[in-house]
Write a protein that binds this ligand. Structure first.
Ligand code: NAP
Length: 344
């Protein structure tokens, strides 16, 4: 399978690193040989139809942080690479932008229009144009996979779509942002004020310099929109989510909750077509009470009952577990291998 990488930052480089380790497994288990035929970042593109040397690309990035410094790299943007380079699948790993969806939205649509499957970790385009992307994929007879956009390594979407495929998912609730969970966990354990814990989280690189995207619930709301659309078939956008963040949570509120056997968590919930992100009281013994940067999702279903899934919501390596499983799924579907057989 010929693959193009658009965006060679944390996730793009993580993909290259995981692919190096998993090449043999992919060949042996699935007969899947992934050839990276181009890599693009904002500085330029490396193209090799026989396969880009990903080890060398990683070395160049480590040295200069600019892909254009790869010998033979050209000043070609991601869109042009999608148009010009022959490939089966585009991996879209550019930054999430929930205001315009760009540059990811154009990359994804262009790839689909050129008959290329798309696998992505980029939320922005899905939050704004989920229906358009699904319709464009269907129209062009290509597959569109996005497990890594929600919950990083945690396979929430595939769990619902593949494993609970006969169940109706009647509600989803979860902690979908590791930064807020980290802050609330430390506030709970150390009884310290929000600003102090946030500052330390920023020093540790867990929270951004501008933390509003996480702490005001915007990131959680974006992920909730993707879950509502993809799992529950609700045609929701970001504007449909009622959002309250965690800025106003005081040590006193946490203390009161603690005395009664609760923790305060930022919970995203979709139920009866209603989408909401808000701090909630969660009993300490409840499955949604997970600590630190962990993510968790609880799926309420009509047949299986409640199913809870927990894991790492981000990370260069971990997130690529979701990316690779999406690629394998595209490969199996393309080869008519989703035949119910028990592949390892
Ligand atoms: N990091 C995580 O753990 C994680 C987990 C789940 C999902 N995600 C999502 O995955 C995506 C990638 O995340 P990341 O952490 O890898 O971000 P990142 O480190 O900022 O990397 C983004 C990459 O995209 C490149 N880029 C920007 N504009 C471009 C353009 N027009 N054409 C081609 N390349 C362009 C950047 O180049 P320059 O660096 O040269 O600007 C950089 O290589 C984001 O949408 C993010 O929300 C991340």
């Amino acid at each position: 399978m010929r693959v193009q990488i658009i965006g060679f930052g944390i996730i793009g480089k993580g993909f290259a690193a995981v692919l190096k380790d998993k090449r043999d497994v992919l060949r042996q288990r699935y007969g899947l040989d992934i050839k990276v035929v181009s890599i693009s970042d904002i500085t330029g593109t490396v193209v090799n139809e026989n396969g880009v040397d990903i080890q060398k690309a990683l070395q160049v990035m480590e040295k200069s942080g600019r892909l254009i410094d790869y010998p033979g790299a050209v000043e070609m943007g991601g869109l042009e690479a999608i148009e010009e380079v022959d490939a089966d699948l585009v991996l879209e790993f550019t930054p999430s932008n929930i205001k315009t969806g760009e540059p990811g939205l154009s990359h994804m649509l262009k790839a689909m229009e050129h008959g290329k499957h798309v696998v992505t970790s980029n939320k922005g385009p899905l939050v704004l144009k989920f229906r358009t992307l699904k319709d464009t994929a269907a129209k062009n007879n290509v597959q569109f996979k996005f497990e890594a956009t929600v919950g990083g390594a945690v396979p929430i979407i595939n769990l619902a779509k593949e494993n609970l495929s006969c169940d109706e998912i009647v509600a989803i609730e979860g902690i979908l942002n590791g930064t807020t969970n980290y802050i609330l966990t430390r506030m709970h354990k150390e009884e310290r004020p929000f600003e102090m814990v946030l500052k330390e989280a920023q020093e540790l690189g867990i929270a951004e310099t501008d933390p509003s995207y996480d702490i005001d619930g915007i990131d959680t709301a974006s992920k909730l929109v993707i879950l509502a659309n993809s799992i529950m078939g609700i045609n929701a956008t970001y504007q449909d989510v009622k959002i309250q963040g965690i800025r106003k949570i005081t040590p006193e509120a946490i203390e009161l909750a603690k005395d009664d056997g609760y923790v305060i968590k930022l919970i995203g919930e979709v139920k009866d077509s209603h989408l909401e992100v808000a701090p909630r009281l969660v009993p300490v013994t409840h499955p949604l009470n997970v600590e630190g940067v962990l993510n968790v999702a609880l799926l309420k279903t009509d047949v299986a009952g409640d199913i809870t899934i927990v894991g790492k919501g981000a990370g260069a390596i971990e997130t690529n577990s979701a990316v690779l499983s999406d690629i394998i799924s595209v490969w199996r579907n393309g080869n008519n291998r989703n035949d119910g057989k028990d592949y390892p």
